[in-house]
Design a protein around this ligand. Sequence first.
Ligand SMILES: [Zn+2]
Length: 284
Amino acid sequence: MASIASSSPCDECGFDIPASSDRCPHCGRPSLFPNVTAAKRPMEQAALEQRYQTALQNVDPACLPILDKFEKSVADQSEAVITRYVSEVYTLAANDCALYGNFYQLVGAGVRLPAENFWDAMRGVVDEKLFTHYKENIRFAALTMNRRGIGHYGDCHVTLKNGMIAHRATAFEENSIVFMDRRKEFLTAELPAGYRAIWQDRGKLAVAKLASKLSQTMTEADFPSLLMNDGAEPEDDQFVEVHIYGSISIRTVEEISLSSGSKTIRLKALKEKLDKFGIRLKRH
Ligand SMILES: [Zn+2]
């Protein structure tokens, strides 16, 4: 049977805090992030380190310099990007009180229906396995090195400020639904360790995942598409998934960019809204 993430004692009152809780249920002290707690478990960190070391050992020695650059670039420069359609982003930018709603909040509030497709059908079980008892608090993003996200999710790419998420974001190997589907994970089996990382270890995760794809002839210009690329179908998209605990507002945003082919009639209005918040609007 899978072991269940265990509780840990509160630094202040000493009583146990459940692994899924974002505050001590006894003394109420806040600022815990269950996804970060999960990625910090010693078995997770040891398994990630093992994958990382194996990746380094297996790489062609001639590729070590470019691998080193890749790891540093991801660790120092990569950001989280959420891709949506302009209309959704406009709503976020138009109102200082607006928050970015995730799937569970929107469905729960009765403002959207789950789509009748594989993704929305699988979302609940996969998320519950990854974020046991706290999936409603997670927002999904992708790791980017050029502030562009995955085109299947929309034409408007919202890059988040690292300083607003680094303490509450974790990185995961790939699209978590694809990950579970590919591995035919049993619902009741323990999630394999070593595929999620705290924000500060995202470079290590990227190396563990992608070291074998590096070649001697690559340059830094190749890094963005190595880290993320659009597939023909959503299941073929390649990216490192980012999980962010808690809410996101327009104040969390660093920059917004539009896909090159995006045709929006609200461009001028969106730009005016974003100017008020000092957020740049770019085109890819
Ligand atoms: Zn406490």
